[in-house]
Design a protein around this ligand. Structure first.
Ligand code: 0X9
Ligand code: ZN
Length: 473
């Protein structure tokens, strides 16, 4: 069964009431054809890859160009709610206050960092910054670094909320959950709920807004216009393979790449932060389509890193979303993950949260289920950050702290477990115990200053798995 929306007949000039864009579906034969339609002004929201139909939105002004490409556009039913910033969602000002509150309450493990300006601030038009919460205890220099961010696209209002949930999980949960305590102790975690604060302000007013609000390269000043207004698509502005197909050179296109690579202060802020240290993982949350995507987006060539796909598959398994290389959906250029991976070797993922029925602005009550889908994946990246190749090893399914022993249960194929005090050392250098049928008991003799014992299992080929934590007392 097609999971897309219901067909409502062909698109004609009359489909655009009051110059409003139309919600459409279109058949395609290959992803590259989709990127040509995107370049011509089609805004893709969802792709039914089985049926080879793409769904999204198109403005009346893009109709001629799309028709020249031979696109057979059909009207379809819109997603549930539309441009509705419902109660529960947080504005930029509220998020700023929440982050400041978190940093104040948890000053031993969190710090609020202004990593750069929104475009409007650079113009003296408003005062919004790109704000980050750095989480981690003590000196984080050299600790495995993970960057999780949301809201490159303004109207994807679920995404800042998910990043806030990650902050809350780490800060409120790390006293009682040993894995979270381990992450706060042994990782350098950067959370950026809102990469696009100016655009988010429009979305919070109920405008259908995707890009930032920079109109200096043209596009006029009609900020009520939605997708065919001015602004730069921040997810096409990164400086790796910038300018290839899959991004538009036109200032009013939904995927306008900007006048040059890193032309925008928001992408510059991410660039500066990324260049400031070595990162293992980057996750960028978008909505919607229930997908896990990884590079490349600009070419069909497979990415030259054998860890990227298996970790992506696992993220898919944990969330229930469909995992795939991003170009298989449709080609893009200048996106966050191609740059972070291509330029810096960071294992980078895009998560597209929610279904067509959810649209861009489901009721806030849906956050609970989105969080359920995405919490395990966020934990996985933090877990694997010291050694992503641990994805290839066996998992510890249970680690139980008993009175004077630690009991472990490992997944199939595990033959040995090792333990470290406080922080994990290189594979194979811990206190080792053989497993029998995946079960083992370690003496609880390890002393650790931070109260943590870290363990992982090995299979018969000598491959070590992901680290699990347990409190030492
Ligand atoms: O097009 C985008 O920027 C992302 N989708 S969204 O609907 N949130 O705008 C997805 C980018 C992933 N990359 C590729 N599909 N190549
Ligand atoms: Zn997006």
């Amino acid at each position: 069964m097609a999971s897309g929306p219901r067909d409502l007949g062909p698109v004609t000039a009359a489909s655009f009431s009051g110059n409003r864009p139309a919600v459409v579906g279109v058949k395609y034969s290959a992803p590259a054809e989709l990127s040509r339609m995107v370049d011509a002004g089609l805004e893709i929201w969802y792709v039914d890859q089985k049926e080879k139909r793409a769904f999204g939105q198109v403005g009346a002004e893009s109709l001629p160009a799309l028709q020249r490409l031979g696109a057979q556009l059909r009207m379809v039913q819109s997603p549930g709610t539309f441009n509705n910033f419902g109660p529960g969602y947080h504005t930029y000002d509220e998020i700023k206050e929440i982050l400041a509150g978190m940093a104040a309450k948890h000053s031993d493990k969190a710090r609020l960092v202004d990593i750069g300006d929104g475009w409007e601030k650079t113009q003296g038009k408003s005062d919004r910054d790109v704000l980050a919460l750095q989480i981690g205890k003590g000196d984080r220099t050299g600790k495995p670094a993970v960057l999780l961010c949301g809201n490159h696209h303004a109207r994807e209002i679920v995404t800042p909320e998910i990043v806030l949930k990650i902050a809350e999980m780490l800060l409120e949960g790390s006293d009682s959950d040993p894995d979270l305590a381990h992450f706060v102790e042994n990782r350098d975690i950067w959370l950026i709920p809102m990469v696009n604060p100016d655009g988010h302000r429009l979305a919070a007013k109920g405008v259908d807004w995707r890009k930032n609000t920079d109109n200096s390269a043209g596009g006029g000043a009609n900020y009520a216009k939605g997708p065919n207004g001015p602004g730069v698509d921040l997810n096409r502005n990164y400086g790796f393979k910038w300018g290839l197909p899959g991004a538009s050179p036109s200032a009013t296109a939904p995927t306008f790449r900007g006048p040059g690579p890193f032309s925008e202060p928001e992408t510059q802020a991410i660039k500066r932060l990324v260049e400031s240290r070595k990162w293992t993982f980057l996750m960028t949350y978008h909505s919607f389509s229930n997908l896990i995507l990884w590079p490349w987006g600009h070419t069909n060539a497979p990415p030259p890193d054998n860890r990227l796909a298996p970790i992506g598959q696992k993220l898919g398994q944990l969330s229930g979303y469909k995992p795939q290389q991003s170009v298989k959906l449709y080609p893009t250029s200048g996106d966050t993950t191609d740059w972070a991976f291509g330029e810096h070797g960071i294992l980078s993922y895009t998560t597209e949260i929610g279904s067509w029925g959810d649209g861009f602005d489901p009721p806030y009550a849906k956050l609970a289920s989105f969080w359920k889908q995405n919490e395990p994946g966020a934990r996985l990246l933090l877990q694997l950050a010291d050694n992503p190749a641990h994805i290839f090893g066996p998992e510890l399914t249970t680690v139980a702290r008993k009175k004077d022993a630690i009991e472990v249960l490992a997944s199939r194929g595990a033959v040995e477990v090792e333990a470290f005090a406080g922080q994990a050392g290189p594979d194979g250098t811990g206190l080792k115990v053989a497993l029998s049928e995946g079960r083992g008991v370690l003496p609880a003799t390890l002393k650790s200053a931070n109260g943590l014992i870290l363990l992982h299992a090995k299979d018969s080929k000598g491959t070590w798995g992901p680290i699990k934590a347990v409190f030492s007392r």
